[in-house]
Design a protein around this ligand. Structure first.
Ligand code: SF4
Ligand code: SF4
Length: 307
């Protein structure tokens, strides 16, 4: 085995669509500590704390228990769309970037990294550490006031992924305090655009129990404080990202809509389980990011479409 030329490896990843950084595997102890500290602060509501708790309990890939380095990377993702046939009318709905391919796109990083490392005899495997904190500490991303990560050239319309490798890290890899966008110091566009008031001027942490995304990604009934007029996506919320000047110069790619006929639309709105719909419909749902909990998507679409 030879030590990788990490500049070449990162260039190879860039050609495969991934903007990446590499850090020493030992940094994951610091990463765990940072996230555990946020959890211990008690400032996060139950569901968010639960999600973060799962992230901080990450394990190394079974095939790489002795990882030496970690590659964290971002790739641009498009807004996806679906056209539903409801009551004789075509109704288009949108899904923010990040949902379509949530479970599969990160595999692309593992494939590209394994190929880039192959000449050195080293291997790579995907794993799931707390990605936003990892990206921020590695210098790959900066946080916005909305607690979303931004990468130069990609804005916030991206997906993060990480791989462990058995290759030694470069001696000069960056690791430090997460940084906020410089622009946030003189901007409050997202704070003003946030429908629920989740973005606060007096603290960095999002008040996630007031975030529309938290609410519509949860299967519990919508709380009374959610104004029905706020719904604008099948799942998630785009208001803080679309209002952010940091995204103004970024091209948000928009995927062609997936079209669902009346029978397919009725099945979706009836929360039909995946095994009760055809393979073709399932594939379309996956391509536009609606392969989420059927009950949750049906609840959200009912509210969004007013049906
Ligand atoms: S996703 Fe929507 S509700 Fe959540 S912080 Fe951003 S604007 Fe506010
Ligand atoms: S809208 Fe303004 S304050 Fe909010 S994340 Fe973007 S730059 Fe920062």
């Amino acid at each position: 085995m030879t030590t990788p030329d990490w500049t070449r490896v990162l260039d190879d990843l860039a050609r495969a669509g991934w903007t990446a950084r590499v850090v020493a595997a030992g940094r994951m102890d610091d990463l765990r500590g940072r996230v555990a500290g946020v959890l211990a602060s008690g400032e996060l509501p139950g569901p968010t704390a639960e999600h973060l708790g799962e992230e901080v309990a990450f394990t190394w890939p079974a095939e790489l228990p002795q990882a030496r380095s970690v590659v964290v990377a971002a790739t641009p993702r498009p807004l996806t769309r679906a056209t539903l046939s409801v009551g004789g009318a075509e109704r288009e709905i949108v899904v923010p970037p990040h949902y379509a391919g949530y479970h599969t796109v990160p595999d692309g990083l593992a494939v590209a990294l394994a190929a880039a490392l192959a000449p050195t005899g080293h291997t790579a495997a995907r794993f799931e550490p707390p990605l936003k904190t990892l990206a921020a500490c590695s210098g790959l991303a900066r946080y916005g006031r909305n607690n979303i990560t931004y990468v130069p050239g990609l804005g916030s319309y991206l997906m993060l992924a990480a791989c462990a490798t058995d290759a030694p890290p470069p001696a000069d890899s960056v690791w430090g305090e997460p940084r906020q966008l410089d622009r946030c110091e003189r901007c409050s566009a997202c704070l003003r655009a946030c429908p629920g008031g989740a973005i606060r001027a007096d603290r960095f942490l999002l008040q996630t129990d007031l975030c529309l995304t938290t609410v519509n990604e949860d299967e519990a009934p919508f709380p009374d404080w959610v104004d029905p007029a706020w719904h604008h996506c099948a799942v998630g919320c785009l208001r803080c990202q679309q209002s952010c000047p940091e995204n103004a110069g970024v091209e948000l790619r928009i995927a062609p809509p997936e079209s669902f006929d009346a029978a397919e639309s009725a099945a979706i709105l009836a929360a039909t389980p995946a095994d009760g719909i055809g393979a073709g419909t399932r594939e379309k749902l996956s391509r536009c990011g609606l392969d989420y909990s059927p009950a949750l998507i049906a609840r959200n679409l009912t509210a969004l479409l007013g049906v």
